[in-house]
Ligand binder design. Structure first.
Ligand SMILES: [Zn+2]
Length: 216
């Protein structure tokens, strides 16, 4: 965040621009300073952590995200689950399941599944790659602010965990009707969920904006 200091009469003082950060706990606005590697900045009023310097967080987030993209491709290229009924094996992929729902006139459910388990995770992962990859190679991605906002909005609709839990519950219920054969995609989805969560927890938006500002 960029702020301009103000005189007592409220008129911004010319040339006195500095980065400021608001404490999430007590809302106090404080001046942001560069930190030595690994150090933590705390709020002067309540002691809450404001931000910290992760020397390799940027590269780790990029690595986790790239792994998640590969697993996402596998999760959609291979069968999610197979059912063995009287010797016949019936398999389906995630998109195949969405297509079946659509054909069975459950179009709203098909749309929700497609949006929350395919479109939004894909948008999130591609957006994160779009922001991190060019910066890793010393370039500034174009329209970074728009992509960053889109990525955050998409995050509100990503429900891979809920989907995976629903699939597992459905599979347990089907066990007495048929032999359930977990597909490659099911394991890939599980691993993707973990890497996706790791990328998001490691991703430091403050470090991203700091790099963007430095490169401009
Ligand atoms: Zn505080």
């Amino acid at each position: 965040m960029s702020a301009t200091s103000a005189r007592a009469d409220g008129i911004p003082a010319p040339g006195l621009r500095f980065a400021a950060i608001a404490c999430r706990e007590c809302d106090l606005l404080q001046r942001e300073r560069p930190l030595p590697p690994g150090a933590v900045a705390r709020c002067v009023r309540c002691g809450a952590e404001l931000y910290r310097d992760h020397p390799d967080a940027f590269e780790r987030a990029l690595g986790y995200n790239t792994g998640a993209v590969v697993l996402f491709v596998m999760a959609n290229a291979f069968p999610l689950v197979g059912l063995k009924i009287k010797g016949d094996l019936v398999q389906t992929t995630l998109l195949g399941a969405v297509h079946s729902l659509w054909r069975q006139d459950m179009r709203l459910v098909a749309g929700v599944v497609l949006l929350t388990t395919f479109i939004t995770p894909l948008v999130q992962m591609l957006a994160l790659s779009y922001l991190l990859l060019p910066l890793h190679f010393g370039r500034v991605p174009r329209h970074a602010a728009t992509v960053f906002r889109t990525m955050n909005r998409a995050g509100e609709w990503s429900m891979v965990e809920v989907f995976l839990l629903g699939v597992l519950v459905a599979l347990v219920k089907l066990l007495h009707l048929a032999s359930v054969v977990p597909g490659v995609a099911l394991w890939s989805f599980g691993a993707m969920m973990l890497l996706h969560a790791a990328a998001w927890s490691t991703f430091d938006a403050r470090a991203l904006w700091a790099r963007l500002e430095r490169r401009r």
